[in-house]
Design a protein around this ligand. Structure first.
Ligand code: GDP
Ligand code: MN
Length: 377
């Protein structure tokens, strides 16, 4: 689960990490009402669950209240990576002497939480990791000891020269670790952590993800959930017993079993296509699931063709076929569909499908090729 920057800032504040004040607004009117009449340096920031807002024009500085209102008008309603901006944070801005990166992640190689830091802050850390990995400091944290003060100071000393700033930064790292552990986080980033000309160290951006499997014991965190359009669809699918992840391609996939779903996506890629999603309808033979799955698939405007790939084991192909026929009677669509059924009751299933006039193919590669071909028409 992801949260917005303004929510991460709230958590930072709760744990004593210094963050400038800000107001969350959903409209220009709200900005006019909520922020003081005083002219000062402010920053207007799109609140969307995707990175790189700055680059996309979703973070803008303003020196007066009138200018802040103007920037709010520009940012509200804009699209960042396909997500419409519906809320903004209007925060006190600071002058920046230098930007740093600090973050915590679960590191599978060391089987520990990894503290990462870099003097190359502000920019996307993935870029730094690619082009100059030596500029990222890494410190694995022993889970039985936690982040020790000396470790935090050691890392901070590599970013800051002055002992006062080292102490400030080290204290922030220790608090960030405490927040990370106590909230079952899987990612906590401050990018940038800034040094101001008057030598204050503070967080001006925050990103946090949480382990979905721990949400049952994180009431305060789960209450922060504000799913965006994509996440809403995924949650809706989960509630119906489907696992669905939206991707950027145009070939919808409906598959039973996670392994087969991965193989289907690989097959589509192999023949030069792009899957629109991962969708596993699971191992039961419930026709309603097919209807739900088709509804979810076809609600994606990018989908130009659908490849249905079923391997019947516990799931019986004739049940899937009946579900499919029922679904297609309910959902009138012009999107071409290719079906491959194999395994338990495949013969019966194929007969049911053939009666409806839908194209049936024998092999998985044939299905992928056909779905790609149809997606181009
Ligand atoms: P992101 O692009 O989504 O990571 O958004 P950020 O909140 O990190 O902002 C992007 C960039 O905008 C930062 O790296 C800063 O250079 C700049 N910025 C953000 N807030 C402030 C601020 O308070 N003062 C100044 N001077 N620049 C800011
Ligand atoms: Mn940032």
């Amino acid at each position: 689960m992801k949260i917005h920057e303004y929510q991460a800032r709230d958590l930072f504040r709760k744990y004593g990490i210094p963050v400038p004040e800000g107001e969350l607004c959903h409209s220009v009117d709200e900005v006019k009402k909520k922020i003081s009449d005083k002219d000062k340096l402010r920053v207007v920031k799109a609140q969307v669950l995707v990175g790189g807002r700055g680059k996309a024009g979703g973070v803008k500085l303003a020196t007066t209240k009138a200018e802040a209102i103007e920037k709010a008008k520009q940012i509200l309603g804009m699209e960042i990576k396909g997500i419409t901006v519906e809320k903004i944070l209007v925060a006190d801005a600071v002058d920046i002497e230098k930007e740093f990166y600090v973050g915590l992640i679960n590191d599978r190689n060391t089987k520990s939480v990894m503290l990462m830091a870099s003097a190359e802050g502000g920019v996307e850390i993935e870029e730094v990791a690619k082009t100059s990995p030596e500029k990222i400091i890494k410190m694995p944290i022993d889970p039985t000891m936690g982040l020790m003060d000396w470790q935090a100071r050691k890392v901070a000393l590599q970013l800051f020269g002055d002992p006062k700033q080292v102490r400030q930064a080290a204290a922030i790292l220790v608090k960030l670790y405490q927040l990370y552990i106590e909230t079952d986080s899987s990612l906590a980033e401050i990018n940038p952590l800034v040094l101001t000309p008057d030598k204050q160290v503070l967080a001006i951006d925050g990103k946090m993800n949480f382990d979905d499997n721990a949400l049952f014991r994180q009431r305060e965190i789960i209450a922060m959930r504000e799913a965006d359009e994509n996440e809403k669809k995924e949650l809706e699918a989960n509630a119906k017993g489907l696992s669905y992840i939206k991707l950027d391609g145009n070939i919808g996939c409906m598959v039973n079993g996670a392994g087969l779903a991965m193989a289907t996506m690989d097959m589509i890629k192999l023949y030069g296509g792009d899957p629109a999603n991962f969708l596993d309808i699971g191992g039961s033979s419930n026709p309603q699931k097919v209807i739900d799955a088709m509804n979810i698939l076809l609600s994606d405007k990018n989908v130009k063709s659908v490849m249905i790939n079923i391997f019947g084991g516990i799931t019986r192909c004739d049940d899937v076929a009946r579900g499919l026929v029922a679904a297609l009677q309910e959902i009138k669509t012009d999107i071409p569909i290719v079906i491959r059924l194999s395994g338990t009751n495949a013969k019966e299933g194929l007969e049911i499908i053939e009666q409806t006039g839908l194209p049936v193919v024998k092999t998985m590669s044939e299905a992928a090729k056909k779905a790609i071909e149809l997606s181009k028409k």
